[in-house]
Design a protein around this ligand. Sequence first.
Ligand code: ZN
Length: 80
Amino acid sequence: MKSTTAATCTYGDGGLIEVNPRVWSDLSDITREILLFHELGHCILYKDHDDSQLGIMNKILLPGYIGKSRAEYLEDFFYH
Ligand SMILES: [Zn+2]
């Protein structure tokens, strides 16, 4: 894993999420949650990146739930 990579998902056999401890230690609790949702989105929901709107599957890790509520982010994440 590159030093700037926050986390990765390896597909197959249930999937494997690996988190970079150096990046993790600098993240807020909210950003950590978004990061784990993002990787679960890859590994469990088989989602690709989507930069068409603010969302959990944006390529760039969001620092928080910007512009809309956590509930709205999660609704978009699970149901769209
Ligand atoms: Zn990703």
